[in-house]
Design a protein around this ligand. Structure first.
Ligand SMILES: Cc1ncc(COP(=O)(O)O)c(C=O)c1O
Length: 387
């Protein structure tokens, strides 16, 4: 048996380490999609989403197959031919919105930040004042760089000028403060495999009453991702009645439901604080060993992803060497920094101990690869952050 492989700590950007209770919840051999057990789990998950995104019953939750990208693409359900869209992109996943909308008969404009930064609120405001956009998209935490966008303040500044504000919370929901209703966000979305700590397979959204008015018969969405087709299923399930549009990943929904229950047990504020503490420990460790973080400013630091700039070592070598130390981290994927950084994912059920282990393994790995790091100083800084 490969002990290291067996004991490996997964500090990735999703899927993340999954609690056993969550995994066991999906181990069912005999549940049909019309069973009471499944309908109850689905209904509870819909309610769990309202808690997670901090919205009341006026918001319509959706659980659809796929993941972050299916949730993103399903937003086309609120668009009709010729609509104007503004994408606010801070990196790879912000750009994904542009690629999605280019497939549809809509007009797409965008604003892009350089790697490690976010698009300023002023520039978004200026843009929406120049032209009427039906829909504007933001990415709460840009997973490619670990940059967090100030959603609350940005939405406040632009809401009067646009019809629908959409936020991709794939790397934030469950780990960052998210108050979709208070912040007046129309569509907040995420996926099951990140800070929620469930396996991949589900796209999750909450949609405001205002946005639901735009869910029209003549929308441009594809058949499978047209939320008009999924809406009767959501409504029926919430009333405790089975419904079908296309087969749902039944077992994954059971696991999602268990994860949402655990989140409610922990309490969302406590969960956010735990993530803040782990992220702070990781950053203290990185800076302590003498390295730089990809996010350029402290207000752009996220609770979930930390990009670590390398000076000498190659990213690919760091990934393959740190695995030998029992920790798996993620490659950097922003094209303008390709090969020059690695990412540490710290979301889901992460603890400060996980952060200390990661920092110590990274120090050893980087030293071996010739990087000029102060071995021991990262761990010392992380420890003192915690104490
Ligand atoms: C911010 C963000 N948005 C969207 C996605 C796409 O999600 P998925 O890979 O589940 O389709 C990801 C995936 O990592 C992401 O990090």
């Amino acid at each position: 048996m490969d002990l290291i492989k067996n004991k490996k700590l997964l500090m990735h950007v999703g899927p993340v380490d999954i609690y056993e209770e969550v995994l066991y919840a999906g181990l069912k051999n005999n549940v049909g999609f019309t069973s009471e057990e499944f309908v109850n789990a689905f209904r509870d998950s819909l309610k769990g989403l309202r808690y997670l995104f901090q919205v009341d019953d006026t918001y319509q939750p959706f659980i659809i197959p796929g993941g972050g990208t299916s949730a993103m693409e399903s937003v086309t359900s609120f668009l009709t031919k010729g609509d104007k869209i503004l994408v606010v992109s801070n990196g790879v996943f912000g750009d994904r919105w542009i690629n999605i909308f280019k497939k549809y008969p809509v007009e797409v404009d965008y604003l892009k930040a350089e790697a490690g930064d976010y698009v300023s609120i002023d520039s978004v405001k200026e843009k929406v004042k120049q032209k009427h956009y039906k829909l504007v998209t933001f990415t709460h935490v840009e997973t490619s760089t670990g940059v967090r966008h100030p959603i609350k303040d940005s939405v406040k500044e632009i809401k009067d000028y646009v019809d629908i504000v959409v936020v991709d919370g794939v790397s934030s929901v469950g780990a960052e403060e998210v108050k979709a209703e208070d912040w007046d966000v129309d569509i907040y979305l995420t996926a099951s495999q990140k800070a929620i700590g469930a396996p991949p397979g589900l796209g999750l959204l909450v949609v405001s009453e205002n946005a639901m008015k735009h869910l029209r018969e003549d929308n441009i969405a594809s058949y499978y991702l047209d939320l008009k087709n999924w809406l009767p299923v959501m409504r029926s399930m919430e009333e405790g009645k089975a419904a079908y549009f296309s087969t749902l990943p039944v077992h994954t929904v059971f696991m999602l439901n268990e994860a949402l229950k655990l989140i409610q047990d922990e309490g969302i504020e406590n969960r956010v604080k735990r993530h803040e503490k782990v992220a702070g420990t990781i950053r203290a460790g990185i800076e302590g060993m003498g390295l730089e973080i990809v996010a350029k400013r402290p207000d752009a630091y996220s609770n979930t992803v930390t990009g670590v700039m390398l000076r000498k070592a190659k990213a690919q070598d760091v990934l393959s060497e740190i695995i030998k130390e029992g920790v798996e981290i993620a490659p950097g994927v922003h094209p303008s920094l390709q090969g020059k950084y690695v990412r540490i994912g710290h979301m889901g059920w992460v603890t400060p101990n996980d952060a200390i282990i990661t920092i110590s393994a990274l120090e050893r790995t980087l030293k071996r690869l010739g990087e000029d790091v102060r071995v021991g100083e990262g761990v010392r800084a992380a420890q003192s952050y915690l104490t």
